[in-house]
Design a protein around this ligand. Structure first.
Ligand code: ARG
Length: 462
């Protein structure tokens, strides 16, 4: 078992079960790069401020760099009995440098160290997630360009409601994802304050330079209050929430994909590489990927609850409960990346069945509003027009007709405002083409939406 740093205070070794229970290296080991990055900045500052000698500072920095290289090459492996990544790296440094290594932790605590590491780690992860979100936006815009004329039913209550296009539908997701992107940006911005130098909770009597380490590590500024510096986990909660929303959007999209590839819809077909078969039913092609994304959204939402519940009763400052933050936020980060990485190529390769979409749009009276609007445009108040159209729909259902096939005489029986041009007014193409209010599904409007989104994406990529 790794020697305990605090052995001086204790007369017994820690119980093995407790040691395993307490240890976080199994999940915080992944932050080794960031831990070393933080320690190097700290050692540099200690040397510059004359708290340790420049020579010790240099030795420590070199030692840390060697440890990093050895971990990267696999030459050095984690000691799984170490309490956490921080203890492990410090112990390894001391093993290599002797008493010089023992100077690294001057005017620092694991409390500010772990707060720092998590921020450094998540800052990098956020960049990766942002890039994936933008990639998905680009894929959806490309698809949308091909489908500005692909009419499909728009739904409310999962009942066919009014005609839209597949492009319009896809671009709705682009809007959600662009909001997700800005949420990640906001989170990263608020997170970008440096807790290092808060020490255990009450700062330090050494003349440290927190501005120097903050700048060196790419933060906007040091955190203002040392108690807050070690107690704050808002950034984990915010990121977990931003990720939950991304997952919610992917999950809603997934739910639609699942429906769309059913025999009942057949709006799309997944590429064989992104579907699975059944062990017993030879005919099956299952949308497992999307179901798994929908399922994983539950656990990611659970992580958000874990973090909020873990924090709600904690007095200031550090409490060991906070060690529980990492598994939760890491799991959200891992899963959203995994889901995006699978969802993107799955979407990119799916086959769109425009005929099936068009056929579905032709049933279900989704042009009924347009029929009422026809009367309104000829002077009738909307409520009266609505009632007459309702009667027409009932008539069609009775006689197994559609508004397109109902004879003009039947129209005229209910209102003499109807003329032969009603058929053109309620044709699906007209219904879509004329819905050109800002943000609407008319091909020209959606082309505009795509253009705006693409220039925004270009801007964000800079
Ligand atoms: N492994 C700990 C964590 O993740 C590091 C901080 C430990 N601090 C302490 N005072 N025990 O929270």
């Amino acid at each position: 078992m790794a020697d305990k740093m605090w052995a001086g205070r204790f007369s017994k070794e820690v119980d093995e079960t407790v040691n395993a229970f307490n240890s976080s290296i199994a999940f915080d080991g992944r932050m080794y790069r960031h831990d070393i990055q933080g320690s190097i900045a700290h050692a540099k500052m200690l040397g510059k401020c004359g708290i340790i000698t420049e020579n010790d500072s240099m030795q420590i920095i070199d030692g840390l760099k060697e440890i990093l290289a050895d971990l990267e090459s696999g030459e050095l492996e984690f000691d799984m009995t170490a309490e956490d990544i921080h203890m492990f790296i410090e112990a390894e440094l001391t093993k290599r440098l002797g008493s010089v290594g023992k100077r690294l932790h001057t005017s620092r605590s694991r409390n500010d160290q772990v707060a720092l590491d998590v921020r450094l780690y998540l800052r990098d992860e956020i960049e990766e997630i942002k890039a994936l979100v933008l990639k998905l936006c680009k894929v959806l815009c490309e698809m949308a360009k091909k489908h500005t004329e692909t009419v499909m039913p728009g739904y409310t209550h999962l009942q066919r409601a009014q005609p839209v296009t597949f492009a319009h539908h896809l671009m709705a997701y682009v809007q959600m994802l662009l909001r997700d992107y800005t949420r990640l940006e906001d989170t990263a911005k608020r997170m970008n304050e440096c807790p290092l130098g808060s020490c255990a909770l009450a700062g330090t009597t050494y003349k440290i330079d927190r501005h120097m380490t903050s700048k060196d590590l790419g933060f906007d500024r040091p955190m203002e209050n040392s108690l807050d510096g070690v107690s704050d986990r808002d950034s984990c909660v915010e990121l977990a929430c931003a990720i939950s929303l991304i997952m919610t959007h992917l999950s809603r999209f997934s739910e639609e994909v699942i429906m769309w590839c059913s025999w009942e819809f057949k709006f799309i077909e997944l590429d064989d590489a992104y579907a699975t078969g059944s062990s017993i039913m030879p005919q099956k092609k299952n949308p497992d990927v999307t179901e798994l994304i929908r399922g994983k959204t539950g656990r990611v939402n659970g992580n958000l609850m874990t973090l909020l519940s873990m924090l709600k009763g904690l007095p200031l400052a550090y409490n060991k409960d906070m060690q529980e933050d990492k598994e939760a936020i890491f799991d959200s980060v891992d899963n959203v990346k995994l889901c995006l990485k699978t969802f993107i190529p799955m979407t990119e390769t799916m086959k769109v069945n425009a005929d099936r979409m068009r056929a579905a749009a032709a049933g279900g009276f989704i042009n009924a509003t347009d029929c009422a609007d026809y009367l309104v445009k000829h002077g009738m108040p909307f409520r009266d027009a609505y009632k007459i159209t309702g009667t027409l729909v009932a008539e069609c259902i009775d006689r197994n007709l559609t508004l397109e096939t109902l004879p003009i005489e039947d129209y005229k029986k209910l209102s003499d405002l109807f003329g032969d041009d009603i058929y053109d007014a309620i044709s699906l193409e007209t219904c879509v083409r004329e819905r050109k209010s800002f943000g609407g599904p008319a091909p020209d409007c959606v082309k505009q939406q795509i253009e705006t989104a693409e220039s925004r994406i270009k801007e964000l990529e800079k």
